[in-house]
Design a binder for this molecule. Structure first.
Ligand code: GLU
Length: 368
């Protein structure tokens, strides 16, 4: 399909630049950053709303103190991220300033978007920055993030940011031209509509020496983007005026095209959360939830695994174990063990008066 058609309704764009796209020989590259800033400013002039997700803090910080990223311990990486983040922002602030665009820094960890309240706070801040004509510049808060609360790489972070602000397009710029099904191919795959097992197998193992991403994390990001019905482009930051040319509709890099299914804000947040357990449904409940678009009641539950509390996120599955959806549960696993398979009147007898009719309310439920 012509690229122009695929991107014609795009208004809001998240651009992610990898460490190798903002550094040269281990130190920050004013030239590379100037090229990215120049393209983003032009897109802003054309009326696009752009959020920038940038890597490079650890690289720039280590490089400024003559250290190689590959040999650093985790505490050293966190320390050099603190150093490099200010170097990065200085560079962006001065380059965007020359184009008359103010910038604002947002540092996130996965913890900040797991909790729905904090997810909404982050969204409000980003929306306000965009509304004020300020370019939000996002990175992972590497200096304080430990493994348990990390996105891990900025490809994943940028997919979350795109979902947070309902972006129409995510552009991942790095040192590769796109996704190749076979490295002997002369050009990358032009369009991808589904992430197949073959794509995942092909993506495994490829990586750059500079950032943490690699092709696998880009494909994981694409999975999220496709699920939300959005689009994503993988392209090479070295291509001249790459962002402008992508938005002009040139066939550059690989475009991933999402299904036409738009989830609402709360359901998007839900789709990105990791479940704490699985609830098994009988056939009637599977049909009620899937076809009837009903809430989940205790009477249709035959079993559960995992230990979870009220308000946690759980997956739901048929008796064959196939996962069919995910939702916020109104009962903890201990209570649910007691009331599974029971009707509301029986639940009252077991748990007392103050009970929820639904184990998962329809508004808190997504079906895959
Ligand atoms: N947040 C890291 C940094 O700024 C980069 C993570 C990545 O390479 O994906 O250095």
């Amino acid at each position: 399909m012509p690229r122009k058609n695929l991107i014609k309704n795009v208004k809001r764009i998240v651009v992610k630049v990898g460490s190798s796209s903002v550094t040269a020989r281990g130190v920050i590259s004013g030239k590379k950053i100037a090229a990215i800033v120049s393209d983003i400013s032009e897109l802003a002039n054309r009326g696009y709303q752009v959020v920038l997700v940038t890597s490079g803090a650890i690289s720039a910080g280590a490089g400024s103190m003559k250290r190689e990223v590959l040999n650093l311990t985790i505490p050293e990486k966190q320390a050099y991220a603190a150093v490099g983040q200010t170097i990065l922002m200085n560079e962006y602030r001065s380059k965007f300033g020359k184009k008359g665009l103010p910038v604002g820094q947002i540092l996130l960890t996965e913890d900040d978007v797991k909790n729905r309240q904090r997810f909404l706070n982050a969204r409000h801040t980003l929306e306000t920055l965009i509304g004020l004509g300020i370019v939000p510049i996002v990175n992972e808060n590497d200096s304080v993030a430990v493994n348990e609360i990390k996105f891990g790489d900025n490809d994943m972070l940028s997919a979350h940011v795109a979902s947070l602000i309902n972006a129409d397009l995510l552009i991942l710029l790095s040192d590769i031209d796109g996704f190749y099904m076979d490295l002997a191919d002369p050009a990358p795959v032009e369009e991808i509509y589904h992430i197949t097992d073959a794509i995942i197998a092909r993506a495994g193992g490829t990586g750059s020496t500079c950032g943490t991403g690699g092709m696998m994390s880009k494909i994981r990001a694409a999975e999220i983007i496709i699920r939300f019905g959005e689009k994503m482009v993988i392209a090479n930051a070295k291509t001249e005026n790459v962002l402008i040319r992508i938005m002009n509709g040139e066939k550059i890099g690989t475009i991933f095209v999402g299904e036409n299914r738009q989830l609402t804000g709360k359901k998007r947040w839900l789709a990105l959360r990791k479940p704490g357990g699985v609830i098994i449904l009988d056939e009637g409940a599977v049909t009620a939830v899937r076809v009837g678009k009903k809430s989940l009641l205790a009477t249709g539950i035959t079993g559960l695994t995992g230990s979870f509390s009220m308000g946690d996120i759980v997956e739901i599955a048929g008796k064959d174990g196939n996962r069919i959806g995910k939702g916020i549960v109104n009962y903890g696993s201990l209570e649910l063990q007691k009331i599974k398979g029971k009707r509301s009147s029986e639940i009252k007898k077991i748990l007392g008066e103050n009970i929820y009719d639904e184990v998962i309310n329809r508004d808190d439920l997504i079906v895959y």
